[in-house]
Write a protein that binds this ligand. Structure first.
Ligand SMILES: *Cc1c(COP(=O)(O)O)cnc(C)c1O
Length: 362
């Protein structure tokens, strides 16, 4: 690689496409003749307004977002959305959550502060290694929404079929799978994603919300920043936004459009993940920790079954120039996050390394 960059398997912040970083590098001191960096620019300037508008337009094109949905750029990362969702969407004060791992547990804990949370399905019994059946959930009539974490970053599971919400609004945390495959936005009331997993730099979430879910009658103590209406009415420029993140994400949206859109991105991701999963399925030493049909294309946890050996592989992988392969402590073992920007060569090099390790340690 031209810049002697490492294959970074971090779960987030994670790799960004190298051509995008190149473009940013070109523009960092003087953005297109404006005489200044995007980091130094007024968010009220014409030149920034164009950056913002283009980012939104490109995202709309990429995902096919219908006109009756708003696109919001909100600070506070993913974690703030755990609170914003119940604060804004709990009208009756009842919500259904599917519990599939670490991130849905955090969302549940936060939502409980604002109302009644009903856990309608869970995979806790097998350490969140699968997606529970969500075809016939017991959803109360007064439920305001059904919430899922569509890709559990730590546990490595993905919903390949959305829950049957029985007519209720579906809310999805897509942080670690955002833009990894086509998405039919109309299936959801609200989609949100922290951008530092699969898109850009940390410090922002993209929220895609159906207009009729944007309310005015929130608890009057709701901080102004925490109301979706605030951001929707001001085109995400109510206060100073994370201009830098909007700019970088906009570049990634355009990059993905130029690649051929989300069908193409999915094809590349499937092709790339297959290299690793095929190896894990044939290995005698390593094995994937997730049920096959629920495997994530983005986050791949795997183990040897022996914690000391796992630690030794992590150490050897670091020495071999791979980064951030240590699994999360709640799952153990190793985890390779292979988001959109991870080149296939990175996965192939990792598999070569693991094969070699296995041969030497048989
Ligand atoms: C990382 C992550 C979050 C939290 O994001 P922060 O920006 O660190 O608050 C939430 N949900 C999922 C699925 C994640 O992967």
């Amino acid at each position: 690689m031209k810049y002697n960059r490492t294959f970074n398997f971090s779960a987030g912040p994670a790799m960004m496409p190298e051509p995008v970083l190149e473009e940013i590098k070109e523009e960092v001191l003087n953005y297109r003749g404006s005489g200044m960096s995007v980091m130094e620019m007024s968010h009220r300037s014409k030149v920034f307004q164009q950056i913002r508008d283009e980012a939104e337009a490109d995202l709309r094109k990429l995902m096919g977002i219908p006109d009756n949905y708003k696109v919001l750029f909100v600070q506070g990362g993913g974690t703030l959305q755990f609170a914003m969702v119940p604060m804004n969407l709990m009208k009756n004060g009842v919500a259904c959550y599917v519990e599939t791992g670490s991130w849905s547990k955090k969302a549940i804990a936060e939502a409980k502060k604002y109302g009644e949370v009903k856990i309608v399905a869970s995979s806790k019994d097998e350490n969140f290694s699968y997606i529970p059946d969500c075809s016939d959930l017991d959803i109360p009539d007064d439920a305001d929404y059904v919430y899922i974490c569509e890709n559990e970053t730590i546990n490595g599971t993905t919903f390949n079929k959305l829950p049957n919400t029985k007519g209720k609004v579906l809310v999805s945390d897509q942080s670690s799978m955002f833009l990894s495959r086509p998405c039919n936005v109309e299936d959801y009331g609200l989609i949100w994603a922290g951008v530092q997993k699969n898109v850009g730099p940390a410090g922002m979430a993209v929220v895609i919300i159906r207009e009729d879910l944007i309310r005015e009658d929130l608890d009057p103590k709701t901080p102004v920043y925490m109301s979706y209406k605030t951001h929707a009415d001001a085109d995400s420029l109510y206060n100073t936004p994370n201009c830098w993140a909007i700019y970088c994400c906009g570049k990634v949206f355009k990059y993905l459009l130029n690649l051929g859109g989300l069908e193409k991105v999915q094809e590349m991701n499937e092709d790339k993940a297959k290299v690793l999963y095929d190896f894990l399925d044939s290995s005698k030493l390593f094995k994937g920790s997730v049920r096959k049909e629920d495997r994530s294309l983005m986050n791949v946890p795997f183990v040897t079954g022996d914690a000391d050996k796992d630690a030794d592989v992590v150490k050897a992988s670091t020495e071999a120039g791979f980064n951030n392969l240590k699994g999360h402590k709640s799952v153990g073992g190793l985890r390779a996050s292979i988001y959109n920007a991870m080149p296939k060569e990175g996965v192939e090099a990792l598999v070569e390394f693991l094969k070699d390790y296995e041969a030497k340690n048989a």
